[in-house]
Design a protein. Structure first.
Length: 355
C-alpha cells in the first residue's frame, strides 16, 4: 500500500482549534437523541465518539457540523459561538461513511470542488488539489473517475477533498466501515498519521471499539445521548467508570460475586475493587479474559472450545454452576473440548455491576 506523505503546503496553514459542546440537547418527538451532552476537545486533539447504534454519536457530529439543529446548548469553535451559524460558515471538513464522490468528475476535480465553491482561481485549485492527493498517496490517480478507484482509494479522495480547504476541524463519520478489514486497518493508521502531522482537531465517530482505541488520543463512550466516560484508551480499558463502559470496552466475563468492605469475593478468591465505595452485597463482577489464568490447581472448569487468534489463544470454559468464562492465554497451551482445566485469578482490580 502506498505510504501517505503529508504535504508541506497544507501543513503550513492548518492549525488545531478548541471545540466545545456545552449541554447539547436534541430530541426527535419524545426521544432524546442528545441528552445534556457536554464535550471539550483540545486544539489538535483526536477524539473518537464510540458507542452502540442509536447512542447519539452521529447526531453529535452532525450538530457540530451544523447539519443538525439543536434544541438547546452551545457550540464553540476556538472560543467563538457558532451555534446559530450555517454549515458553510463553520469551516469544517467532513468525511462520510459513503464516499459521496461525484461520478462525473475525476479524482482531481472532486478534490477541487470545495475550492471552486470558494471561488479559488483555477491554477491555485489545481495546485492545492494535487498537493492534497499527494498527501493521501494518490499522485498518479488525479485523472481517474470514481468507478476506476477501489473503495480505499475513493475514501482517500474523500479525505483529500475534506482537507484541501484547510478546515479548522476534521469530522469523520464512520469513514472506514464500508471497507474490508485489511484496508480498514491500513487506512485508519494513515488517517491517524496525517492528523498527527497536520495537527488538525479531529472528531471520529465509530461503533468499532478496536478502531477507536487504536487511533484516538481520547475516547468518549456514549450511551442514550450522553457521555458515560471520556479518557485515554488505557484509562477506559483499565479503569472503566461504569458497568456499561466495562462491558462495552474490551471483552469481559460476568460472574457472580459478593462485595464486602471494599473487596469482592468471586470464584472463591478476594479481589480489590476499582471503586471501593461500592455497597456491600451481591454483584456481577467483570473479569477480563487476560486476568484469568490456567493453573495446575484452583477453580475447576470444563473446556467448551478454544480459538487460535495468532499471538494468543482464547479458551471458553464452563464452571460448575454453568457460568461460561473466556480465558486468554499463550498459544502453546491448547486444551481440547471436554477436558477439565483449573483456573486462578491474578488479583487485578475489577469493576462490578448489579447482580
Amino acid at each position: 500500500m502506498t505510504s501517505i506523505q503529508p504535504s508541506t503546503s497544507l501543513l503550513s496553514s492548518v492549525q488545531g482549534v478548541a471545540v466545545e459542546l456545552a449541554r447539547i440537547t436534541k430530541t426527535y418527538g419524545s426521544q432524546h437523541a442528545l441528552n445534556d451532552l457536554s464535550l471539550s476537545v483540545k486544539p489538535g486533539e483526536f477524539v473518537a465518539l464510540l458507542g452502540p447504534s442509536g447512542c447519539g454519536k452521529t447526531t453529535a457530529l452532525r450538530a457540530l457540523a451544523g447539519l443538525e439543529s439543536i434544541d438547546s446548548g452551545t457550540i464553540l469553535i476556538n472560543g467563538e459561538d457558532v451555534t446559530e451559524q450555517p454549515t458553510n460558515k463553520r469551516d469544517m471538513g467532513m468525511v462520510f461513511q459513503s464516499y459521496s464522490l461525484f461520478p462525473h468528475l475525476t479524482a482531481g476535480e472532486n478534490v477541487e470542488f470545495g475550492l471552486r465553491m470558494r471561488k479559488v482561481n483555477a491554477s491555485d485549485r489545481r495546485a492545492r488539489a494535487a498537493a492534497a492527493l499527494s498527501m493521501v498517496g494518490l499522485d498518479s490517480h488525479q485523472g481517474r473517475y470514481a468507478h476506476e478507484l477501489s473503495g480505499g482509494q475513493q475514501q482517500r479522495v474523500a479525505l483529500a477533498r475534506a482537507l484541501v480547504t484547510e478546515p479548522r476541524v476534521l469530522l469523520l463519520d464512520e469513514p472506514l466501515s464500508a471497507l474490508d478489514a485489511k484496508v480498514r486497518v491500513q487506512l485508519r493508521e494513515e488517517i491517524r498519521r496525517i492528523q498527527t502531522e497536520l495537527g488538525i482537531t479531529t472528531l471520529f465517530v465509530t461503533h468499532d471499539q478496536e478502531e477507536a482505541l487504536a487511533v484516538a488520543d481520547r475516547v468518549a463512550v456514549m450511551q442514550a445521548g450522553t457521555i458515560e466516560q471520556i479518557g485515554t484508551p488505557e484509562e477506559l480499558y483499565r479503569t472503566p467508570a461504569t458497568p456499561f463502559v466495562a462491558e462495552f470496552i474490551g471483552l469481559s466475563n460476568r460472574v457472580p460475586g459478593i462485595v464486602s468492605d471494599g473487596s469482592v469475593e468471586v470464584l472463591g478468591q478476594w479481589l480489590p475493587l476499582l471503586h471501593p465505595e461500592t455497597a456491600n452485597g451481591p454483584v456481577r463482577v467483570m473479569l477480563r479474559p487476560e486476568d484469568i489464568e490456567l493453573a495446575p490447581a484452583g477453580i475447576a472448569a470444563t473446556v467448551v472450545s478454544s480459538s487460535f487468534l495468532g499471538s494468543l489463544r482464547r479458551t471458553r470454559v464452563r464452571l460448575a454452576d454453568d457460568t461460561l468464562v473466556n480465558v486468554q492465554h499463550g498459544v502453546r497451551e491448547n486444551p481440547e473440548a471436554g477436558t477439565v482445566v483449573y483456573l486462578t485469578l491474578n488479583g487485578t482490580a475489577v469493576a462490578v455491576g448489579p447482580a
